[in-house]
Ligand binder design. Structure first.
Ligand code: F6P
Length: 360
């Protein structure tokens, strides 16, 4: 293995730089490789100045930094790129140009750090002969095949701190506090932070809720002497028979931009004569320095991705299984998206301590 490239795609997550750093250091120190960073996701392969040599000096000091030194793009699917042509929006496929650019660079491996969408593109490129190794990233923790993605722990810590802070002001004012959290299709952030931060109601995409059930919980608490309640709500939560709230609808190429369910829930509670306030935590969950756990996991993932590439077996993704970092086929990781296990101990524990999921 002589030349490898690293790219980051999709929404950023704390720990991306730790993966890049570990991959660069392992590739240079252990394998004596040349390493290139691809700027702004797959686009960098064909954009002017999009391929940068990475040295040990390039990754100095980046371990605790949020974001990604390479930049990222969540609109960078080379198989379906929206462009304007003669004043009209059209969808084009630039994958062959990207594959050619990878060949021209004589790369022995491309390490792709991304979530579901970015890794799916990696798998398709691999089917067309590109030697890829994936690294699972996302604060939502919704990539299959791995116990956890890096970035999740940091988001969880931020969400839990927000709940702790909302708790004291909720209690002081006898209010209902609604915290809208990220979690497009999977409710791990709301579930884990809701339990860790003492939420009374947790709404997640996997469990459609009933407004009446939320109200019942809030009233039950008030009758028992707790005149405030804390609600942790995933952005992807939806009422039974209804749909997610989005601020911009999606189409065949792009997913909708979610957001607004917290306001809907807050509005409903106020309509019942109970004072409520809504906080949307948004991208605060994605920014800033990664936790120690995320740095540790990201570093292991980066090193393992390079080792997997050195073995010369591609189309694989590094993953955490039984606390060990292993590599598994990308196809296995992407076959079933990871969702909160409704029969698992997390949900049972939460219900057992009195948390409502708005479903009963
Ligand atoms: O996938 C991670 C995530 O944070 C989702 O929870 C959220 O829906 C999405 O990214 C937001 O993406 P953007 O940065 O494009 O608004």
């Amino acid at each position: 293995m002589k030349r490898i490239a690293v790219l980051t795609g999709g929404g950023d997550a704390p720990g991306l730089n730790a993966v890049i750093r570990a991959a660069v250091k392992t590739a240079i120190n252990v394998h004596g490789c040349e390493v290139f960073g691809i700027v702004d996701g797959y686009d960098g392969f064909i954009a002017p100045g999009g391929v940068l040599p990475l040295s040990l000096a390039s990754v100095r000091g980046i371990l605790p930094r949020g974001g990604t030194i390479l930049g990222t793009a969540n609109r960078g699917n080379p198989f379906a790129r929206k462009v304007m042509q003669a004043g009209k929006e059209i969808v084009i496929d630039v994958s062959n140009e990207i594959i050619q650019a990878i060949k021209d660079l004589s790369l022995d491996a491309v390490i792709v750090i991304g979530g579901d969408g970015t890794l799916r593109v990696a798998m398709e490129l691999c089917e067309k002969g590109v030697p890829v190794i994936g690294v699972p990233k996302t604060i939502d923790n919704d990539v299959g095949g791995t116990e956890v993605t890096f970035g999740f722990d940091t988001a969880l810590m931020i969400a839990t701190e927000a709940l702790d802070r909302l708790h004291t002001t909720a209690e002081a004012h006898h209010r209902v506090m609604v915290l809208e959290l990220m979690g497009r299709d999977a409710g791990f952030i709301a579930l884990h932070s809701g339990v860790a931060g003492g939420a009374d109601v947790i709404l997640i995409p996997e469990i459609p809720f009933k407004y009446e059930a939320i109200l019942r919980k809030v009233r039950e608490r008030a009758e028992a002497g707790s005149k405030f309640s804390l609600l942790a709500v995933s952005e992807g939560a939806k009422p039974l028979g209804g749909q997610e709230v989005f601020s911009r609808s999606g189409d065949a190429v792009y997913v909708p931009r979610l957001g607004g369910i917290g306001q809907e829930v807050g509005k409903f509670i106020e309509q019942q004569g109970i004072e409520a306030r809504v906080t949307v935590l948004g991208h605060v969950q994605r920014g800033g320095s990664p936790t120690a756990f995320d740095r540790w996991l990201a570093t292991r993932y980066g090193a393992a991705a390079v080792s997997a590439a050195a073995k010369g077996v591609f189309g694989r993704m590094v993953a955490l299984r039984d606390s060990k970092v292993v590599d598994i086929p990308l196809s296995e990781a992407l076959a079933v998206p990871k969702r909160v296990d409704l029969n698992g101990d997390g949900i049972a524990t939460a219900r057992g301590i009195g948390i409502s999921f708005g479903d009963e």
